[in-house]
Design a protein around this ligand. Structure first.
Ligand SMILES: Cc1cc2nc3c(=O)[nH]c(=O)nc-3n(C[C@H](O)[C@H](O)[C@H](O)COP(=O)(O)O)c2cc1C
Length: 206
């Protein structure tokens, strides 16, 4: 089983990365293949609404000159996707917003390619706005028929400077709980993925 964690912070080794690594620990121990993909700080543009993904239906964004298709391919292969973002003005970073809009649309256009995958958001925050960031990430999962695991809080941890989230014991314990729930859920649903109920009405058809 493969879990892809996408780090939306441009700050390598920062709080979001610490949180992601904490959530991945129990998954590693349990034998999952794990990958952290560093998206923050990389060139990735927003959706240009060309809607070519609905014509081409080739599991690719038609704008193929940045990192989107590279990360999209990994998302398609993943059993579970973790998207991590710091709180930037009470929302995700620009890189994560670009990912949500473009990967979300390509997946919908390609027979709802993310259906049945596990999706979790994790959010680093200094003081305020993390629940909004968490909601933004979950919107990608919800419209795409993905399964959102619960944990013991809303997957946020507090810190400003690099590493400060490690002082937030409850936040980091939540990350560990999240990883354990993803592990349990992933193993429980894997044998049943062929019977996942496909929707009959596609986005944009009514
Ligand atoms: C451009 C920018 C905007 C930010 N906006 C907020 C905010 O709205 N609320 C908040 O609590 N912290 C805000 N912060 C602080 C970061 O969310 C916080 O430092 C976080 O731990 C950074 O995570 P990282 O180390 O993974 O980059 C902001 C930081 C930056 C650089």
């Amino acid at each position: 089983m493969y879990v892809l964690a996408i780090n939306g912070s441009p700050r390598k080794g920062g709080n979001t990365e610490e949180m992601i690594n904490k959530a991945l620990e129990p998954l590693k121990t349990s034998g999952w293949e794990t990958e952290v993909y560093q998206l923050g700080g990389k060139k990735i543009r927003g959706c240009i609404a060309c809607m070519k993904c609905w014509e081409n239906k080739d599991s690719k964004c038609a704008v193929d000159n940045d990192k989107l298709n590279e990360v999209y391919e990994k998302m398609v292969r993943a059993d579970a996707i973790i998207i991590g973002s710091p709180t930037y003005f009470t929302d995700v970073t620009a890189e994560i917003k670009a990912l949500i809009d473009r990967a979300g649309m390509v997946a919908l256009a390609n027979n709802r390619e993310f259906e049945g995958k596990i999706g979790a958001g994790v959010v680093a925050v200094r003081r305020g706005g993390a629940t909004h960031v968490f909601d933004t990430i979950n919107h990608l999962y919800q419209i795409n028929g993905m399964l959102i695991p619960g944990a013991t809080y809303w997957n946020m941890a507090y810190g400003l400077n690099k590493g400060e989230v490690n002082d937030d014991a409850e936040g980091m314990a939540n990350m560990n709980n999240l990883g354990r729930v993803i592990d349990w859920l992933g193993k429980a649903i894997k044998p049943h993925m062929d019977s996942f109920p496909k929707v009959e009405t596609q986005y944009g058809e009514n």
